[in-house]
Design a protein around this ligand. Structure first.
Ligand SMILES: Cc1cc2nc3c(=O)[nH]c(=O)nc-3n(C[C@H](O)[C@H](O)[C@H](O)COP(=O)(O)OP(=O)(O)OC[C@H]3O[C@@H](n4cnc5c(N)ncnc54)[C@H](O)[C@@H]3O)c2cc1C
Length: 422
């Protein structure tokens, strides 16, 4: 009926706190921010309040509970755990990712070893095609792409490198995303594959965006058709949410969903906080709002087995949506129907992509200074550090933040906010 995934493994019971009644009776009501540590000792107080049940919050909850013996309350304003990585079975019984496709890949053995305690893996190498002039061509741009697009027969890396060099533009100083792409592969490939997609995604021309935005997906001279080249590429065998259920299935961890932490801050006593929400919200937008790009998702289920040849198809030049994702490619689910999601970039909505412009980096720096001077609150994850991080990077960051927490006595500001590299 629902395919392999739903039946493969029983759900792990997780303690979800639905009621605050027994907690509210024991705590004084404190201020919203600069929370008031309990003055009356309560037997049921928590060592940590963790705001956000995504990767950052869940890793820290798990570490603090299992390794440091801490009592942890993790709360999320969404009705589910797993943050943006949340997956679930839709009405047709197809496993889908609520917040767009999430593909796991990393070069960090430490991160793989850590997560493997909570999941088995299904090997999966991601493939993306771009629809350009009626053809479906491999992304990122590679030897395979230009051979198929231009009808060439470049046989090796050297001939492809020479081809790119012959079409690349000279750019004195690479500053913008347009600069980086045209300096690598020239204007025609930039116009066909990058310009339209980036304009849709960011609502800005690549010439207005920092080079780092388009530098992430570098062109290749080989004909490797995989989207990622990391040494470990796999999906949690039973999905992300199941993996999170296992991470949080510890008797020291209580979970409170549908709850903004500001609703309960004075009601539930705790000693220290891990905050993984937006850093500007924590400080009541004191210096102004940090801009994000958002997405609207349109899900469709089709009464046939497959819709597209690979998991993701990009549409750089046509349609209002940027890409379509067919989930069964990612999950390996066996099902007679198939579900696809289309992504429509937006200015407003859930905060997904920090907008990498110098003025935003300056604004973030001001919040970061406040964060580093705030005792007993540890900031972690993509929203609290205003940085686009992949999942493995957030896990690595959270493992380091855990080490910092263990090393930091109460009442002392946390060490510098941890940033991570690939
Ligand atoms: C469309 C999209 C696709 C992506 N694809 C990939 C991919 O393929 N591979 C990859 O590695 N990474 C991908 N990512 C990145 C990935 O989503 C992040 O790395 C990861 O989810 C970050 O985890 P986090 O815990 O920092 O944040 P989140 O997962 O966002 O968790 C933060 C949680 O905090 C909660 N919260 C915030 N404020 C409050 C509050 N005031 N009170 C209570 N709760 C609060 C939020 O509801 C949220 O659940 C993608 C991201 C997006 C947006």
């Amino acid at each position: 009926m629902n395919g392999l995934l739903r039946t493969a493994e029983p759900a792990v019971p997780v303690a979800i706190e639905g009621s605050l009644q027994d907690l509210t009776s024991i705590a004084p009501i404190g201020a919203m921010h600069g929370f008031v540590p309990p003055t009356v000792h309560q037997q049921r107080s928590f060592d940590f309040m963790i705001v956000g049940a995504g990767f950052a919050g869940a890793v820290l909850a798990e570490r603090l509970a299992s390794q440091a013996g801490k009592r942890v309350l993790i709360c999320d304003r969404r009705p589910h755990i797993a943050g943006n990585a949340y997956d679930h079975f839709d009405d047709a019984g197809v496993l889908v990712h609520r917040y767009g496709p999430h593909i796991f890949h990393t070069n960090s053995q430490r991160v793989v070893d850590y997560l493997s305690r909570f999941t088995e893996w299904r090997p999966y190498e991601h493939r993306v095609l771009a629809e350009v002039e009626g053809q479906l061509l491999p992304m990122p741009i590679s030897r395979a792409t230009v051979n198929e697009l231009y009808g060439l027969d470049l046989k090796d890396d050297a001939s492809c490198a020479a081809f790119f060099a012959s079409i690349a533009e000279t750019v004195e100083q690479v500053r913008t995303s347009e600069d980086i792409v045209v300096s690598r592969v020239g204007r025609d490939l930039y116009n066909k594959f990058v310009r339209g997609y980036t304009r849709k995604q960011w609502g800005l021309d690549p010439s207005q965006l920092d080079a780092s935005v388009c530098a992430r997906i570098a062109p290749r001279v080989n004909d490797d058709r995989r989207y990622f080249t990391d040494s470990f590429q796999a999906m949690p065998k039973h999905g992300f949410t199941r993996m999170f259920e296992r991470m949080l299935a510890h008797p020291n961890i209580k979970i409170l969903l549908n709850t903004d932490y500001r609703e309960v801050i004075g009601l539930i006593p705790f000693d220290r906080m891990v905050y993984t929400g937006p850093i500007d919200e924590f400080f009541d937008l004191r210096f102004g709002k940090l801009p994000y790009r958002s997405l609207e998702f349109r899900f469709e289920t089709h009464d046939r087995e497959w819709c597209q040849p690979v998991a993701v198809v990009n549409y750089p030049n046509d349609h209002a949506y940027t890409r379509s994702t067919e989930f069964k490619h990612l999950t390996g689910q066996d099902h007679p129907k198939t579900s696809v999601v289309y992504e429509y970039p937006k200015d407003v909505g859930d905060p997904y992509y920090p907008v990498p412009r110098p003025e935003n980096a300056d604004l973030y720096r001001r919040y970061r200074e406040l964060a580093e001077a705030t005792p007993d609150v540890f900031f972690a994850g993509r929203l609290a550090t205003y940085k686009y991080y992949d999942m493995h990077q957030v896990v690595a960051q959270a493992l380091t933040v855990f080490e910092n927490i263990v090393a930091t006595p109460s009442g002392v500001p946390a060490p510098e906010l941890v940033s991570v590299t690939r």
